[in-house]
Design a protein around this ligand. Structure first.
Ligand SMILES: Cc1cc2nc3c(=O)[nH]c(=O)nc-3n(C[C@H](O)[C@H](O)[C@H](O)COP(=O)(O)O)c2cc1C
Length: 197
């Protein structure tokens, strides 16, 4: 039986997809519909979600994104490996100033990532993108600011969770089998406690 913890472990950043497998608009709407119930500061619900499944629209957005800074020799997904859908999380700055929206974006994004993992889809959050170019590509009105791009598609790579390498090196890498490896710190390093009495 799969536990919630298994789902979180399964929900890895996927950067190589199967470009032959399209994602339906209904699938994206179902992911957004789940994120709708995520918490937001003061329940202001200041986020908007821009779903993209059209192949030409995906092709317009793709060059504006930056992939895997920690793999400088990798040029990003090839044409065969590109995501076939995107959800762009937008801040409605008429509801909340942009500086106060990052936590809501993170919570919504992880909710979408977990829902996608449950459907066995791959996704990758992309915070590094050409903001002005994405704004014009999406023809956004002034109040809507793109905060995070979530690339979505059928998985085209294997990802392993691993221990940090020597020297506590947390950079992700690809192993001899070309699997993507993501080091995670052990629990013992994460817990901070001291006597406060
Ligand atoms: C807020 C945020 C922004 C991110 N931006 C990018 C990005 O621009 N490009 C990219 O390739 N990965 C990006 N990632 C993915 C991280 O690199 C990834 O989460 C990290 O390597 C750990 O892998 P994991 O998601 O499988 O745990 C981002 C992740 C988060 C949470």
């Amino acid at each position: 039986m799969s536990s919630f913890s298994d789902l979180v472990k399964k929900s890895r950043s996927i950067r190589r997809f199967d470009a032959t497998r399209s994602i339906s608009r209904d699938t994206l709407l179902s992911l957004i519909d789940t994120a709708r119930f995520a918490p937001t500061g003061a329940n202001k619900q200041p986020l908007r979600f821009f779903p993209i499944t059209d192949r030409d629209a995906c092709d317009k957005l793709f060059p504006l994104l930056h992939w895997a800074m920690a793999l400088p020799d990798w040029k990003g997904p090839t044409t065969d490996e590109r995501p076939t859908a995107y959800i762009i999380i937008l801040a409605d700055t008429e509801i909340v100033p942009e500086q106060r929206i990052a936590m809501d974006v993170g919570i919504a994004a992880q909710t979408i990532a977990l829902a996608a993992a449950e459907m066995d889809l791959g996704c990758c959050m992309l915070g590094a993108f050409k903001k002005d170019d994405v704004t014009s590509c999406l023809k956004l009105p002034e109040a809507l600011v793109p905060e995070l791009v979530i690339a979505i598609g059928a998985k085209g790579e294997t990802v392993h969770l691993v221990e940090p390498r020597k020297g506590n090196d947390l950079r992700y890498y690809r192993d001899e089998q070309d699997a993507h490896c993501v080091p995670k710190r052990p629990l013992s390093e994460l817990v901070f406690e001291q006597d406060i009495l």
